[in-house]
Design a protein around this ligand. Structure first.
Ligand code: NAD
Length: 354
């Protein structure tokens, strides 16, 4: 039986990945290791919480002894590291927590699997996959629309968040070179979809628009991101685990570049149309002082994962954004719990105050 040890599985992408694996693979077990920071929410896993193939472990990836013990206890085939501090704005406010979780936490996991997998029996089918980001490559110019990040693009992070992710990536590759650890790194563009914490652009705009609250847009709103529906990202990670070449980095992106104004206007028109609410309009948009060090454009060339593994994004943006808006409209209780913080009580009622 294959065991996936997924860290950060109570967050946005991790919880989608846990559900994806359980829905698409027979004879697997998924162990979700999550510290439940403000971004971790067990309500994201309500559809699988009673699945006997699923186990939740409340633990911090920085706890080195605990990580070693968990690797020994569950003997995972795959370790997929989603656990991270993930919000750029928070990294500008408090960089050091990003270094601790994203860098030291990754090293703690690498050490735990190194000890288990580079013993005499060798790595076998084991794989450590680091879930990384296109932000490690820095920024592209709006004037060169044909320039893209490739796996060979030098790392040039600008925010404390991306610096911590780039650093973690380098440790992962160093452990592969030094200790022969079987690793992969995926570097994905911006994700959107169900269960995304409403501090991020798309859920924030949906939430505020529905409440007729201001829609804050950084600077001129022309910063470009390559948006990918979260399920397509989950498929890419799954493919890399199954068939990716050991030691390789794979870029994952949607060839779906949009600027922030486009995203916000799209959400306004979809929501106002669906709800028949004329108060949801561009009048809610407020341009606010730009983010410090704001990268202008991210654009991914996903040619390698396409050529080697046949992966391509399957969800057109117009479908994905419609599905995402439907999900938020249909899960208002989830949104209310997140925005009121009451999902913490859910954890305590499910698992006690551990
Ligand atoms: P998220 O903030 O929604 O979730 C992070 C999860 O990690 C939470 O459940 C949190 O409780 C957990 N966590 C944080 N610190 C931990 C620790 N010390 N020990 C154990 N668990 C801990 O993040 P996300 O948006 O789902 O991103 C997941 C991963 O994907 C991150 O590594 C991020 O860098 C990467 N990524 C995100 C995007 C994106 O668009 N969201 C794009 C590319 C890559």
């Amino acid at each position: 039986m294959k065991t996936y040890l997924v860290t950060g599985g109570a967050g946005f992408i991790g919880s989608n990945f846990v559900q994806f694996v359980l829905a698409n693979h027979d004879g697997v077990r998924v162990v979700n290791v999550d510290a439940l920071t403000y971004a971790g929410n067990l309500e994201n896993l309500a559809p699988v919480k009673d699945d006997p193939r699923y186990t939740f472990v409340h633990a911090d990836i920085c706890d080195r002894a605990r990580m070693r013990a968990l690797i020994a206890e569950y003997d995972p085939t795959y370790v997929v590291n989603f656990a991270a501090e993930s919000h750029v704005d928070r990294s500008i406010e408090n960089p050091s927590v990003f270094a601790v979780t994203n860098v030291l936490g990754t090293i703690s996991l690498l050490d735990a699997v190194r000890d288990a997998w580079t013993s005499e029996s060798g790595p076998g089918d084991h794989r450590y996959l680091q879930v990384s980001t296109d932000e490690v490559y820095g920024t592209l110019s709006l004037d060169e629309p044909d320039a893209f990040f490739r796996e060979s693009t030098p790392l040039s992070p600008h925010s404390p968040y991306s610096a911590s992710k780039a650093s973690a990536d380098m440790f992962v590759l160093a452990y592969a070179d030094t200790f022969g650890l079987p690793v992969n790194i995926t570097r994905c563009s911006n994700n959107y979809g169900p269960y995304q914490f409403p501090e991020k652009l798309i859920p924030l705009m949906i939430h505020n628009a529905m409440a007729h609250e201001p829609l804050p847009v950084y600077g001129d709103g022309l910063n470009v991101r390559d948006w990918l529906y979260v399920e397509d990202h989950c498929k890419a990670i799954d493919l890399v685990l199954e068939r990716g070449r050991v030691g390789e980095v794979y870029n994952v992106g949607g060839h779906n570049e949009r600027n922030n104004m486009y995203i916000v206007e799209r959400i306004i028109s979809e929501l106002s149309g669906r709800l028949g609410d004329p108060a949801i309009s561009s009048d809610l948009i407020r341009h606010v002082e730009d983010r410090k060090g704001h990268d202008r454009r991210y654009g991914i060339a996903p040619d390698k994962i396409y050529d080697e593994l046949g992966w391509e994004p399957e969800t057109p943006f117009e479908d994905g954004i419609g599905r995402t808006i439907s999900w938020y409209l249909g899960n208002q209780r989830w949104v209310d719990h997140v925005t009121s913080g009451s999902y913490r009580q859910y954890f305590e009622s499910m698992y006690g105050n551990r």
